[in-house]
Design a protein around this ligand. Structure first.
Ligand SMILES: [Fe+2]
Length: 270
């Protein structure tokens, strides 16, 4: 029971590597023969643990773990693309963001605060703070299809309750929202994002941004707060869809976690 409790606490606090070290430590303590070699072994675990904690604390932002496995969104988003997208692209934005704010006052600010006061002429911060935030929102907006409630044909989860009412009020119908959002995503020239945003009164709007810009940045043309974003960079779909961006956009609607989108909207309208 002690080990189970320890495992749960460690999973919450640390990454897998540190968790393995700590579990080994607990096991060692419980089976301790109080020998000198065992004490030395435990001491080594502590040193490595402290080094890991020290390294993680020097970074202002960490690459978040996905709330599902890389293959969980198939066949819509393939596992290889998801893995490369997360471990290479998002990881690079995270590392470059940390480098851009190192030893500045920005290192103590939230990503939202950094974006709200962004100088658009600061290209390194603009690209990497945007890339970090955008991908966080993207991963947290998706949900494996197996966990969705199928409505209509073909199976696709639709927004429900208050979000459905807001979509109908703002766009006329879910189908019209979907058409407008798809058009915005397909119309991005080159790389960028399509957004569903909410104002403080709950009114919804659709916009798009270039590169890694997003609606939280001042002066990019979207004045509401994003609650859903779609990455239309080629790195998000090219392995599976090649140049067929419209097919990738259509697939996206099968794996949206509308409950989370509604929670974001509620947090904005208070
Ligand atoms: Fe991306």
């Amino acid at each position: 029971m002690t080990q189970t409790l320890s495992s749960g606490i460690l999973s919450y606090l640390f990454d897998d590597k540190i968790k393995v070290f700590c579990l080994s430590l607990f096991q060692s303590v419980s089976n301790s023969q109080k020998s000198l070699s065992r004490i030395i072994e435990i001491s080594r675990y502590f040193v490595v643990l402290l080094l890991n904690i020290s390294n993680s604390n020097t970074m202002a932002f960490n690459l978040p773990q996905l709330p599902y496995s890389y293959d969980a969104l198939e066949p819509h988003f393939d596992a290889e693309t998801m893995k490369i997208h997360h471990t290479k692209h998002h990881a690079a934005y995270t590392a470059n963001l940390n480098a851009a704010i190192e030893n500045t006052e920005l290192a103590n600010q939230s990503i939202e605060e950094i974006l709200a006061k962004l100088d658009l002429e600061n290209k390194a911060l603009r690209n990497n703070a945007g890339g970090y935030y955008n991908h966080n929102l993207f991963w947290e907006s998706l949900c494996p299809e197996g966990q969705l409630i199928s409505l209509g044909s073909p199976p696709e989860r639709h927004p429900v309750s208050h979000l459905s009412e807001a979509i109908n009020s703002s766009f006329g119908s879910y189908e019209e929202f979907k058409a407008q959002f798809s058009k915005a995503a397909a119309s991005v020239f080159g790389s960028g994002w399509a957004w569903l945003c909410s104002s403080k009164d709950g009114t919804l709007c659709i916009c798009s941004t270039a590169n890694q810009d997003n609606p939280l940045m001042p002066g990019v043309g979207c004045d509401c707060t994003p609650i859903l974003g779609l990455d239309v960079w080629e790195h998000a779909y090219y392995l599976n869809y090649q140049n067929r961006r419209p097919d990738y956009i259509a697939a996206f609607f099968n794996i949206i976690d509308w409950d989370k989108i509604e929670k974001r909207r509620q947090s904005i309208i208070g």
